[in-house]
Write a new protein. Sequence first.
Length: 132
Amino acid sequence: MVRMFLTLTGLLYIGLGVWCAIDPATTSRKVGLQREPGSGESEFLTVYGGLEFGLGLVFLLPWLMPAWDRGALVSCLLIHAALVAFRTAGFLLFTGIGPFTVRLAIGEWVVLLLAAGLWWLTTTTSGPTAGQ
């Protein structure tokens, strides 16, 4: 169950990273970012393309190294906890949040809650060494 969740999450992130890399004009417009020529374009490609793709690889890592299931799950949980915290702060601080950004926030909450549920389930059902 954990590996299936991580696989779906990983594929989603790889897809988002590729989409940001091959169609930055659309993706940046959907999230309300303006890419300045040169540095802004490079930054968008790196952070939105490269980082999203890299996160996807982390979540897919258990397919190559099955012992990394738990580490990838904890990584997913921590990353999404941070995303939800900062996204929530953004919603409180700023107005004019677009519908695509709201959908991203919902997705982040869903991934966070699923990761937390899977972490809790695997921790409580694994016996005395579950937390190690």
